[in-house]
Every structure is written in structure tokens, then in C-alpha cells.
Design a binder for this molecule. Structure first.
Ligand SMILES: Cc1cc2nc3c(=O)[nH]c(=O)nc-3n(C[C@H](O)[C@H](O)[C@H](O)COP(=O)(O)OP(=O)(O)OC[C@H]3O[C@@H](n4cnc5c(N)ncnc54)[C@H](O)[C@@H]3O)c2cc1C
Length: 474
């Protein structure tokens, strides 16, 4: 058995684990990434980066690469298939980046390799034990000793189960299937480019839905279908080509011709959240901490934001820079965000009509969603732009909110965050409040009444006085 020593062991090389490993490596931490699979599957679940994810990718100089791998720019999001515009938000990215999850993972793994970290594939975490000074992990013939372990190992997380944490929530009644299908004769009227959420989802009968998203290659579509009220007897049964072909025939008619089904997968609509995100030196992030139905396109995005929140806090703890309680703010900040997403997903589910009454409620919500304030609220929910971390009641309203990016003479404020770390944005020359803080003199701030704002490495306002108290140990 090989023996390795590191600072942080990350279990799982999905989008959350890869983002976290990047954040840790960027901040100079030693990291080992363990992945169960021996090779990347190349299969895609998520298809989108929400505006807040585009922003955090931009903070790390990752957005350009992701956009080069993308197949679409989608000018709006949706709430229960009701299109909602992001344009009322102060963001440079009021759109979804259409990009397969496999491409997001490839981009993150490429960046990670540039930082000198290789994913250890074929290394399934099968056990771990923590003590006062660290965690010892067993995975695929290796024993890895780290100061911390983070379970980014997906919905069936072995780390979460190893911690004995409950994963409470609601067992859904329905299911969905996604399949990447190449049509030689596509359904008539099917869009050839994904530019909007309009006409992407259709409901047919109580609880039954269909989606068709063009994936940027001629004839290639992401077909989705499902039923929110009933499930097949065996949810784990393989989706056969015949099942997909039959759904296509029934939904789109006999004239449509399927040339190839590249992959297909069945998924449940369970909704669950881990009771805790941290037990001592072991933490959870991404789907390991929360799962929900893929409504609104939020799961991958939530995991990436978890990683952004956790990375710098872990490195602060490793370097002895974390004030008491900083690492616990990972759970106190991120768990409520996930719980709120689970709630908005449940609300979206209730808006897929299964009765005449629900159809009436949906029609009413559609009318309401046309009101600018309601649309702003709904797009804030699904995009991640509305997240505000807890702040004291007398703090300036900007505290805990994201820094909206803005133009500087020679670039954008987001450029100042490419290396991670705290940034003090100030309109007047000011000494650094701490050696860990970079001071940037800017002509203005997004909040006209403020002369300075200390921004955390993940792009949220730590304080509007410039004080590092509570964020960096003195
Ligand atoms: C059909 C479908 C469509 C979706 N569409 C969207 C969408 O449009 N937008 C969106 O934002 N989200 C979407 N999601 C959700 C999104 O795919 C997930 O939220 C995302 O994959 C979570 O990333 P993760 O890294 O936390 O977990 P995962 O992607 O599950 O990655 C976990 C990794 O850990 C590895 N692993 C597991 N166990 C172990 C172990 N014991 N040891 C080591 N490694 C292990 C796995 O092999 C995997 O590589 C969708 C999900 C589904 C199912």
C-alpha cells in the first residue's frame, strides 16, 4: 500500500472537487484529489453556468476558457420553465453559458494540472479515520494522511455516510431521463441554437414533461423527459435505446429519425441536505452535501460556489490565519443557501401542473413573473446572484453581498482576484490593513456612499470599513 501525505484530501473529481482543488492549489496548499473512476466518462449532466458561476470563473480567469468550450450563450434563465431575464442584475454576465458538465470538468482539470496537481484516478475512498491532528484516508491501494478531508464525492457520498450524518429531505415521486440524441431528421420546429429558455420545456399531461435543447452540433440534442408523479419500478434500470426511441416517436411523431443515442441516464427527484457540512476535520461540498431535482439548472453551480467559499477558509485554517469560527462559517453560510435552493426547486416542482388548480396557479405565476420585481426575484434565486451571507444588523447593506464587477482604467475589478486573496478596494490611498490584503486604488466603488470595501477571496464583501476583524487572525 502506498503512503502519501498532504494538507487536504479531496474525494471526488467532479466539478465541486476540481474547483475546490484549484482554489486550494491557488492559495498554495498541498492537495491530493482521489477519484473513484479510472477515466473521465465524458458524459454530461449539467449544461449551464449560471451568471454567478460565470462571475466566479471570471474572478479566477477561468471564464474565457469555459466560453471557448461552450456551445451556446443563453440570454435568460427559467423558473419552472417560465423564462426569467437576468438583465435587472448589476452583472457583466446576465446570461447562462451553455457548456456540458464534462467540458467544465475538463477545463478545471486542465487548470489544476497547470498548478501541478494530478487527479489520482482509480482511487475510490473506502474508509477514513480522523484524530486530533488529521485524517487518514484509504483509497484504491493508497493510504493518504491529510490535515483535512473534503467529501466532494457526489450524492451517494461515502464521506457523508462515513460521518454517519443524516441526509434528510423528501423522497420524490417522479423521475426524469436525459439522453444526448443525434437526429437524422429532427422534430419539426426544433430550435437549432440554444439562445433562450422559451419553448425548451413542454408539459404534456399531468406531471409529464419533455425538453429538447440543441447542443451546437448538427442534429445533436439533449432530450429530456419524465413524469413527476410516477416512477418506473426499477429506478436504476438502464435506459434502453428502445425506450428513448419510443418516447421520441410518441412525442415528436413517426417522421422523426434518430441516428444515434450517445448516452442516456435516469435520475430521481429526491431532495436532501446533509445535517452538517463539517465534523471536525472532515467537510462536505457539492452533491455530497445536497441533492435536488435538476430544475432551473442549479446543482453544479451550487457545488462550484461551495468550493469557492470553502477553499480560502481551509487554507486560512491550515496557515493559522483563521480567526476562531471562520471554518464554521462555511456551513453557516452555505447550508442556508442550499436549503433555499431546495425550497425553490420544490416550488418549481409544484408549478409543473398535475391538476386544473395547479394549472391556474401556474398561469397566475406566469403573469406575476412578467412584473419586473418578481422577475428580478426569481432570476436572483436561480442565478445565485441574490446570495447574501449573514452580516450584523448594523452593517452596511453591501456587507455579505457579491462585488458586482466594474471597469477599471486597465481592466476590470475581477482581474484583481485572479490570484485569490483579500482585496481592499479603496477610493483613497490607504495602507494595507494586513499583510494578506492587496490594496487597490479605484476611481469608484459600486456603492456610491462607500470609500472602501474589503472583498473576500470568493468575491463577497467582508467589511465596508476595511477592517479584517473576524476574517484574518491578527
Ligand atoms: C440529469 C441531470 C441534469 C443536470 N442538469 C444540471 C444543470 O443543467 N445545471 C446544473 O447546475 N446542475 C445540473 N445537474 C446537477 C449536477 O450534475 C450536479 O449537481 C453536479 O454533478 C455536482 O457535482 P459534484 O462534483 O458535487 O458531484 P459529482 O458530479 O457527482 O462528482 C462526484 C465525483 O466523485 C466521484 N466519487 C464518488 N464516490 C467516490 C469515492 N468513494 N471515492 C472517490 N471518488 C468518488 C465520482 O466518480 C465523481 O467523479 C444535473 C444533474 C442531473 C442528474
Amino acid at each position: 500500500m502506498s503512503e502519501l501525505t498532504t494538507e487536504v484530501v479531496v474525494a471526488g473529481a467532479g466539478p465541486t472537487g476540481l474547483m475546490l482543488a484549484n482554489e486550494l492549489a491557488l492559495a498554495g496548499a498541498d492537495v491530493v484529489v482521489l477519484e473513484r473512476l479510472s477515466a473521465r466518462t465524458g458524459l454530461s449532466k449539467a449544461l449551464n453556468l449560471q451568471p454567478r458561476t460565470a462571475e466566479v470563473f471570471d474572478l479566477r480567469g477561468l471564464l474565457g476558457g469555459a466560453e471557448r468550450r461552450s456551445f451556446a450563450t443563453v440570454g435568460e434563465g427559467h423558473f419552472a420553465a417560465i423564462p426569467v431575464s437576468y438583465t435587472s442584475w448589476d452583472t457583466r454576465h446576465p446570461y447562462q453559458v451553455g457548456i456540458p458538465q464534462a467540458e467544465v470538468e475538463a477545463a478545471l482539470e486542465e487548470r489544476l494540472a497547470k498548478q501541478g496537481v494530478t487527479v489520482l484516478r482509480g482511487h475510490e475512498l473506502t474508509g477514513f479515520a480522523q484524530d486530533a491532528t488529521g485524517v487518514t484516508v484509504t483509497a484504491g491501494g493508497a493510504r493518504v494522511r491529510g490535515d483535512y478531508l473534503v467529501g466532494c464525492d457526489g450524492g451517494r457520498s461515502a464521506v457523508r455516510r462515513g460521518l454517519g450524518l443524516s441526509f434528510d429531505g423528501v423522497e420524490g415521486r417522479g423521475y426524469g431521463v436525459v439522453a444526448d440524441v443525434v437526429f437524422s431528421v429532427a422534430p419539426s420546429g426544433a430550435p437549432t441554437q440554444w439562445r433562450s429558455m422559451r419553448n425548451i420545456v413542454a408539459s404534456h399531461g399531468a406531471g409529464v414533461f419533455h425538453t429538447l435543447i440543441p447542443l451546437g452540433e448538427p442534429g445533436l440534442y439533449r432530450l429530456g423527459y419524465g413524469d413527476r408523479l410516477t416512477r418506473p419500478a426499477d429506478m436504476r434500470a438502464k435506459v434502453t435505446d428502445e425506450e428513448v426511441r419510443q418516447v421520441v416517436r410518441e412525442r415528436y411523431g413517426e417522421d422523426v429519425e434518430v441516428e444515434e443515442i450517445r448516452w442516456a441516464s435516469r435520475f430521481a427527484d429526491d431532495s436532501r441536505i446533509a445535517e452538517r457540512y463539517r465534523v471536525g476535520r472532515v467537510l462536505l461540498a457539492g452533491d455530497a452535501a445536497h441533492i435536488h431535482f435538476a430544475a432551473g439548472g442549479q446543482g453544479l453551480n451550487l457545488g462550484v460556489q461551495d468550493a469557492m467559499n470553502l477553499g480560502w477558509k481551509l487554507v486560512s485554517a491550515l496557515r493559522g490565519r483563521a480567526p476562531a469560527g471562520l471554518l464554521d462559517t462555511y456551513e453557516s453560510e452555505r447550508r442556508p443557501v442550499a436549503a433555499r435552493v431546495l425550497d425553490n426547486v420544490a416550488a418549481q416542482s409544484a408549478l409543473i401542473p398535475t391538476s386544473a388548480e395547479q394549472r391556474a396557479v401556474r398561469a397566475l405565476v406566469m403573469e406575476l413573473a412578467a412584473l419586473p420585481e418578481v422577475e428580478h426575484h426569481l432570476s436572483g434565486l436561480v442565478s445565485g446572484l441574490d446570495v447574501r451571507y449573514p452580516a450584523s444588523p448594523d452593517a452596511h447593506p453591501a456587507t455579505g453581498t457579491r462585488l458586482p464587477d466594474f471597469e477599471l482604467e486597465d481592466g476590470y475589478a475581477s482581474d484583481l482576484f485572479h490570484r485569490g486573496g483579500f482585496v481592499l478596494l479603496t477610493t483613497r490611498p490607504t495602507p494595507a490593513p494586513h499583510p494578506e490584503v492587496t490594496v487597490a486604488l479605484v476611481p469608484r466603488l459600486p456603492w456610491p456612499d462607500l470609500a472602501r470595501a474589503l472583498i473576500r477571496p470568493d468575491g463577497y464583501v467582508a467589511s465596508t470599513t476595511g477592517s479584517t476583524e473576524g476574517w484574518i487572525a491578527a
